[in-house]
Design a binder for this molecule. Structure first.
Ligand SMILES: C[S@@+](CC[C@H](N)C(=O)[O-])C[C@H]1O[C@@H](n2cnc3c(N)ncnc32)[C@H](O)[C@@H]1O
Length: 374
């Protein structure tokens, strides 16, 4: 199958779909065109990192003739989209999904990746590739030129002897990294840091929101911890490193606590944070998109510091999706406690989607509200 035919059939579903949103971009195409030079045999061991909806994995299988691909994706919807796109193009069973690590990268000869936004995430990826890939591995790391920085080259240069930026094409560029420097020390991620203010240890993988630092909105919400009700089942929705879940579980020894996030890095970070604070048995961690697999009415408390970015643009849709999810999963009279930038004026959406909403606190930047499910 040629690339145009494959790309023409790709969908973003179950992620947001719209006329102006595509399931592939010019970077996917440039990466695959560049990769074609290195695929000299169908048996080549290929690892794909950061595939959004399957364009890279399925492109390597269908258009480059690679027999089998190992892939990792951070977002839950990305993995679902890949599976659906694979089924639709008859390519199911030709790839395996892994977390970032030895399973994904052991002996990999060609690594094809979309550059992540955060340098810490790139650092974690580069370290893993240098640690596990074959000594002669070639890494093709692509991005949109406007999102790339020299800092990315510097991060790659710490893990590879050679990093060569290629000419930009169609506003995308590929960096080719070779000669991995096998690290002599233990893997640096997840990093962990003692937060003396909270009296807890925070663990973070490279891709997670705020790293090991306490977000100032989260800090403001935690200032009201003693006012948050006792719950049978509390959910930390969009848990990041799991600070809210950990603090609540520690404060309320009788509550069952579930932490959930769409990001594999967040889920792994929260598990590490719970373990570092002796709470493995108290905090269940689940990767999901906006609690899609949670039973309706199954929680009596949800804690939320909602996301406000959708891709590169600031967008209220991501928060609204979380409020809708909370409305479905809260039992009657259950409570959603949320913190947001005061200028965002989420109050009317909370009233409409959840129920009566009270302002619990406000400072020059943030507002904390309690919404009671009607
Ligand atoms: C502002 S961060 C808050 C993280 C953490 N609760 C804290 O207070 O530090 C929002 C989190 O929501 C997650 N998120 C965004 N959209 C989501 C969705 N549809 N389903 C689940 N989690 C989502 C992000 O991955 C991110 O970790």
């Amino acid at each position: 199958m040629d690339l145009d035919a494959l790309f023409g059939g790709l969908r973003r579903f179950p992620d947001v779909e719209a006329e102006n949103l595509q399931a592939h971009d010019a970077t996917d195409r440039l990466l695959l065109e560049t990769a074609a030079r290195y695929v000299l045999s169908p048996e080549i061991r290929v690892a794909v990192i950061g595939d959004r909806y399957g364009a890279l994995t399925l492109g390597a299988l269908a258009a480059l003739g690679v027999e089998h691909v190992r892939v990792t994706q951070d977002l839950y919807v990305s993995s679902l989209a890949l599976q659906r796109n694979a089924a639709a193009s008859g390519l199911s069973g030709r790839f395996e999904e892994f977390e970032l690590g030895a399973g994904l990268l052991d002996g990999a000869e060609l690594v094809i990746m979309q550059l992540p936004k955060a340098l810490a995430e790139l650092e974690e990826i580069a370290d893993a590739v240098a640690r596990f890939a074959a000594p002669g591995a070639v890494v093709l790391a692509g991005g949109r030129v406007k999102h790339m920085s020299l800092g990315m080259n510097a991060v790659l240069e710490r893990s590879f002897e050679s990093v060569q930026p290629q000419l930009a094409q169609r506003k995308s560029r590929v960096l080719i990294a070779r000669e991995p420097k096998r690290p002599a020390t233990a893997a640096p991620f997840p990093v962990s840091e003692r937060n003396t203010e909270l009296g807890m240890t925070v663990c973070a993988h490279g891709a997670v929101f705020s790293g090991t630092k306490l977000d100032i909105g989260t800090r403001f919400l935690l200032g009201f911890l003693d006012k948050i009700p006792d719950a049978h089942h509390a959910v930390d929705l969009g848990c990041g490193t799991g600070i809210l879940a950990t603090m609540y579980a520690r404060d309320r020894p009788n509550a069952r606590v579930t932490a959930t996030d769409q990001s594999a890095a967040a889920v792994a970070s929260t598990k590490a944070t719970a373990a570092a604070n002796g709470l493995v048995d108290r905090v269940t961690v689940v990767q999901d998109d906006a609690m899609s697999a949670f039973e309706p009415g199954s929680a009596d408390l949800i804690l939320l510091n909602p996301p406000f970015h959708l891709g590169a643009s600031v967008h209220a849709g991501a928060a609204t999706k979380m409020f809708e999810a909370a409305a479905r999963v809260l039992a009657s009279a259950g409570e959603l406690w949320t913190v947001y930038n005061s200028h965002l004026q989420y109050r009317s959406a909370l009233e409409r989607l959840i129920g009566p909403t009270t302002e619990i606190g406000r400072n020059p930047k943030f507002t904390v509200t309690r919404s009671v499910k009607r």
